[in-house]
Design a protein around this ligand. Structure first.
Ligand code: SAH
Length: 244
């Protein structure tokens, strides 16, 4: 998969994409990540990329010429998304959608954002990572790339790890996980997880995932159509106190 990132801060973006599992996948050629400097096509001695907004107001706006030029020089993989707080909100389903493509591109803003001709005529869409305002699109690009990359075969060590986690196929948050030691400061790992009984472990995990989702994100339970009789039976068996 190829992902191109356009940014005013390539020196910030590049090292991040070289670290951890993404860096490894990049080195192995599973991910072809290309970082482009938006300033490289800016004109004039000062290589200005921003100017004051027409109509007045605070801050500076990214100008169309250098941004169009930087993108057109590369002809990056499409779709090309501008990262903006007013875009479609990025979530796990968008991550899955992007992970099924051969590639896509991200355009990082700064200052007060983009001249509207960039978002209207250069990009294919806009993505937001949530209802808050960052100082720049770089952190948003990391969020998108990381969430998508770990769904690409060959990026995660264990291909199964993405399957049964939060926002996975069953629409529930993940169940609680434990590792060694079996007892830590008097807090014990639930016996069932050490029982070797895989049916019981799966049932316990499903019940705990249901309880956690009911408590923290009832909207997700609603979205999957509420509780089934089988869900209620699991809850009665494995989490009667928490469910009551
Ligand atoms: N004036 C703009 C905010 C600009 S913030 C507005 O009110 O909408 C500067 C840059 O940070 C944006 O161009 C965008 O690239 C990035 N950014 C800020 N918040 C973001 C978010 N929630 N999601 C994605 N990118 C964001």
């Amino acid at each position: 998969m190829r992902v191109d990132v356009f940014t005013l801060f390539p020196d910030v973006v590049d090292p991040y994409l070289n670290s951890s599992l993404i860096g490894k996948a990049r080195a192995e050629g599973v991910l072809d990540l290309r970082v482009h400097d938006l300033r490289s096509h800016a004109a004039g001695v000062h290589r200005a990329v921003d100017d004051a907004p027409y109509g007045g107001g605070a801050g500076m706006v990214l100008m169309p010429e250098p941004v169009f030029a930087a993108v057109e020089a590369v002809d990056p993989p499409r779709p090309l998304y501008a990262l903006t707080p007013s875009g479609r909100v990025f979530d796990q389903s968008v991550a899955r959608e992007l992970a099924s493509t051969d590639g896509f591109s991200l355009l990082c803003g700064r200052y007060e954002g983009f001249d509207a001709r960039i978002t209207d005529h250069l990009v294919d869409g806009e993505l937001s990572i949530g209802d808050f305002v960052l100082a720049g699109g770089e952190a948003a690009a990391f969020v998108v790339i990381e969430a998508v990359a770990r769904l690409v075969p060959g990026v995660l060590g264990n291909e199964l790890s993405a399957g049964d986690e939060s926002f996975g196929g069953d629409g529930l948050l993940e169940y609680p996980q434990y590792t060694r030691p079996p007892s830590f400061r008097g807090w014990d790992v639930p016996d069932v997880l050490r029982s070797g009984d895989h049916g019981a472990i799966a049932a316990w995990r499903k019940a705990k995932a249901l309880v956690r989702t009911l408590r923290r994100r009832p909207d997700l339970v609603e979205e999957r159509g509420g509780l089934t009789d089988a869900d209620r039976a699991l809850l009665d068996r494995w989490a009667p106190d928490e469910y009551a």
